[in-house]
Ligand binder design. Structure first.
Ligand SMILES: Nc1ncnc2c1ncn2[C@@H]1O[C@H](COP(=O)(O)OP(=O)(O)OP(=O)(O)O)[C@@H](O)[C@H]1O
Length: 259
């Protein structure tokens, strides 16, 4: 499989009350085109730090991330902005991700409005019209044109997360980071959201970095897995190997805690 993202030797420390916190220690991973890499780890294991670095919101102390062979942390701000459209994110809390004062269709169109020349293949026939484009995106995530002019407070949590996913896929990214995308949702809605993400992955060929403390959700989505603890990757394995004898003790603890 063609490699999409190759992260090597990422280190990130923070100063906290005079103490140095190693949020990431020598983290290396790769994701192939169209693949889902699941990331599991308890709170404080470094998952959000990894996301912030990949979104270029912060820089690592050392290490590199190559996206399609381009070294991200060496890019100039303008180049970085252009590259960033290839990595989109869906966060845990869709309410925080959507502007409460904008109707849904405007929120959905924000990324495309920021990159007016982008025309992903699945939007090519509607891109001439912002509203038609928004309808197409809504339909792709299981909502309808009737939702176009609603405001976030008029939607359920699951519907808001669908809108956030519509935004996330709108630029046809190569990588979608799903950062605890189901954690804020009712249990009954979580499975529907995972099903939707799976369908979009298959339809659009997007690779996912799927982060969750919910091992069941990660197992359902991912082709391969990494387990993080105190900023380090302590275990790596492929689908079907979660319950294997060779699993790290910490992975087994997480599995035991989840069952
Ligand atoms: N800005 C910061 N300043 C100081 N310490 C930080 C900062 N950001 C993260 N840390 C520390 O780095 C470590 C990793 O944090 P991180 O948020 O990446 O973990 P996480 O696995 O995403 O946890 P959670 O699931 O709770 O978000 C933690 O010990 C955290 O306290």
């Amino acid at each position: 499989m063609t490699q999409l993202l190759a992260v090597s030797g990422l280190n990130k420390t923070y100063a906290d009350d005079g103490r140095t916190v190693h949020a990431l220690r020598d983290v290396s991973l790769h994701i192939s085109v169209g693949e889902c890499l699941g990331v599991v780890g308890e709170s404080g294991s470094g998952k959000s730090t990894l996301v912030r670095l990949l979104l270029a919101l912060e820089r690592p102390d050392s290490g590199e991330a190559m996206l399609d062979g381009v070294p991200m942390f060496q890019l100039k701000p303008k180049e970085l902005r252009a590259m960033r459209r290839h990595i989109q994110v869906v966060f845990q809390d869709p309410s925080a991700a959507l502007n409460q004062r904008l109707p849904i269709w405007r929120s959905i169109m924000e990324p495309l409005d920021n990159f007016p020349d982008e025309k992903p293949a699945f939007l090519a026939d509607v891109r001439h019209s912002r509203r038609e484009t928004a309808v197409r995106l809504l339909e792709m995530v299981g909502l309808q044109a009737a939702h176009l002019d609603r405001y976030p407070h008029e939607l359920s949590g699951g519907q808001k997360q669908r809108v956030a996913i519509a935004r996330g896929i709108s630029l046809g990214p190569k990588l979608l980071i799903c950062d605890e995308p189901t954690s804020s949702l009712d249990v009954s809605v979580q499975a529907q959201m995972l099903k939707l993400l799976k369908e979009l992955k298959r339809e659009l060929g997007i690779a996912y970095l799927f982060i969750s403390h919910d091992i069941a959700a990660v197992s359902m989505m991912s082709d391969r897995f990494i387990v993080m603890k105190e900023g380090q990757i302590v275990d790596r394995f492929a689908r079907g190997q979660l319950l294997g004898e060779e699993r790290h003790a910490y992975t087994r603890e997480l599995v035991a805690a989840a069952t």
